[in-house]
Design a protein around this ligand. Structure first.
Ligand code: NDP
Length: 502
């Protein structure tokens, strides 16, 4: 089986962007890395080099943190909240005006199909900025009716103020590069923080575009800094830096643990959006016309390189055959190809290393005795394509049921007429707790299951509902804290209490 990797040429605007010199953004200036080093960035569908990007290290991180610290105390801190709103809204407008460029860069950099790139940039980029543009004028403290220090009622006043937490270090992965950058930047700007972003070095272009747009709209120099770099070098330097007040990290659970340890030096605040292995629980009365496409999307969206992916399905044995066969039929017709080809429904994995990792899990699945229902092979030729793969008749102890694969692999386990608690015990039987879904027409069963599943987000008759206003984040080893919505602002704020005695 071959994937079609005929690349449709990107627009001249995108070609011009790629042909530029790509530098780091520090203190409002585009600068080379201190080492002068650059690395090539490749298109994962064709393995062609898209461009060369400056690659920063500890010295560049230090410069960027100092620039962010200076900006925190400068003009930015004096802007009225309404002006921060206006700047964030203008950034959304500029991103919207650059939608085609941003979409093509995201497709070329990451490999995802064009339609998905455009949808995610609108939903989790532009709309996210507009949502947070509404917040600066609504961030305020409380008055508290206490009478400390022996005062009587009416003789003192206590009030609180919400202040920006300070300089934020953001470290983001490659699976949805532009939304990942905006998920950190939007609440940071709304709360008055300054930011140093280290995007994944494999997918830097849309972050660099955002950097250009922040300059265009007049966000003051040093408020947003970008240091493209390797995790073990620039990422580690950022998470250890004593001048950083908070780290906002999205990535794997393993690296999340390293970052939590690195943050102990100055006890900076840490929020972590980590891995997942989310359950999709299907009861026998569920509407299969909704379940089959819904579960296929849950498992294979972004080639399964999606933290919320519904990669463990628990289906009642009475409907196992039609559900699994239906998803397999869908998987077989997903056309794989270059993301700029409008016919492509699935792109490649991000890299040769990721394909090797995913194929290792697929081999482990084959060896485990699970039924290989469809897929199971990497595709010959250019690009890192892997067939959407389904394993049936799996069990809890299998590696493919326990570990996050981050590739297009769905594992399906059955349950019989047991209690909801027994079903939930299986659904909860990993270290993760990020997302999940329950499929049934019975509202009572649905809500009971929601209460039993230990995840930060559980959907009923859909999977992974995402909106700027819906809090999102993980329980257990899927993370600390929440992004999106009002809760997503909290990690970027600190509270000061003031008491006045009359
Ligand atoms: P990684 O954890 O490998 O990398 C994430 C980021 O951390 C990258 O920028 C990486 O740099 C950097 N990094 C790596 N090592 C270190 C280190 N020692 N110190 C500081 N930073 C470091 O994850 P992936 O990029 O492979 O992304 C996939 C993972 O992300 C999956 O586990 C997925 O579930 C999770 N994820 C979670 C989401 C959520 O919202 N919960 C959303 C999306 C993904 P570089 O790669 O550039 O070297």
């Amino acid at each position: 089986m071959n994937a079609s990797v005929d690349k449709i040429s990107p627009s001249s605007e995108t070609q011009e962007f790629l042909a530029r010199k790509h530098q780091l953004l520090i203190g409002g200036q585009w600068v080379d890395a201190a080492s002068g080093d650059t690395i090539p960035v490749e298109d994962p569908a064709t393995q062609e080099v898209l461009g060369e990007v400056a690659i920063g290290g500890a010295e560049d991180i230090d410069r960027a943190v100092k620039a962010a610290r200076a900006a925190l105390k400068g003009e930015w801190s004096k802007l009225p909240a309404s002006e921060r709103s206006r700047l964030i809204w203008r950034l959304a407008d500029e991103l919207e005006a650059s939608l085609n460029l941003a979409t093509e860069l995201e497709v070329l950099d990451n490999g995802m199909p064009r339609e998905i790139a455009m949808y995610s940039i609108i939903a989790a980029g532009i709309n996210h900025l507009r949502y947070y543009a509404g917040w600066p004028t609504k961030i305020h403290g409380q008055t508290i009716p206490v009478a400390p220090g022996g005062t009587q009622n009416g003789e003192s006043l206590t009030y609180t103020q919400r202040e920006p937490v300070g300089v934020v270090g953001a470290i983001t992965p490659w699976n949805a590069p532009l939304p990942m950058a905006i998920l950190k930047l939007a609440p940071a700007l709304a709360s008055g923080c300054t930011l140093v972003l280290k995007p994944a070095e494999m997918t830097p272009f849309t972050a660099l575009l955002i950097g250009e747009l922040t300059k265009r709209v007049g966000i003051p120099d040093g408020v947003f800094n970008i240091v493209v770099g390797y995790g073990a070098d620039a990422g580690a330097a950022l998470s250890e830096h004593e001048g950083v007040d908070k780290i906002a990290f999205t990535g794997s659970t393993a690296v999340g643990k390293i970052i939590a340890k690195a943050a102990t030096g100055n006890l900076k605040k840490v929020s972590l959006e980590l891995g997942g292995k989310s359950p999709v629980v299907v009861f026998p009365d569920a509407n299969l016309e909704a379940v089959i496409p819904g579960a296929a999307r849950a498992a294979f969206f972004l080639q399964g390189q999606n933290c919320m992916a519904g990669t463990r399905m628990f289906v009642h044995e009475d409907i196992y055959e039609p559900v699994v066969n239906g998803i397999a039929e869908m998987a077989k017709i997903f056309k794989m190809g270059h993301g700029l080809d409008p016919a492509s429904l699935m792109g490649p994995l991000i890299s040769a290393k990721q394909r090797e990792t995913v194929m290792g899990y697929i081999e482990a699945g084959k060896a485990s005795g699970a039924d290989l229902v469809c897929g199971g092979e990497a595709i010959d030729g250019k690009g890192y394509f892997v067939q959407p793969t389904i394993f049936g008749r799996t069990s809890r102890d299998m590696k493919i049921m326990q570990e996050e694969i981050f590739g297009p692999v769905l594992s399906v386990q059955t349950f019989g007429d047991c209690s909801l608690e027994d079903v939930a015990a299986e659904a909860n039987s990993t270290v993760y707790g990020l997302s999940g879904s329950v499929w049934t027409k019975d509202v009572s069963v649905a809500h009971r299951m929601v209460n039993l599943i230990d995840s930060g987000q559980v959907a009923i008759n859909c999977h992974a509902a995402v909106d700027p206003a819906i809090p999102f984040g993980g329980n257990r080893q899927s993370g600390w804290g929440r992004e999106f919505g009002q809760e997503g602002l909290e990690p970027y704020l600190k509270t000061k209490a003031t008491t006045v005695m009359f």
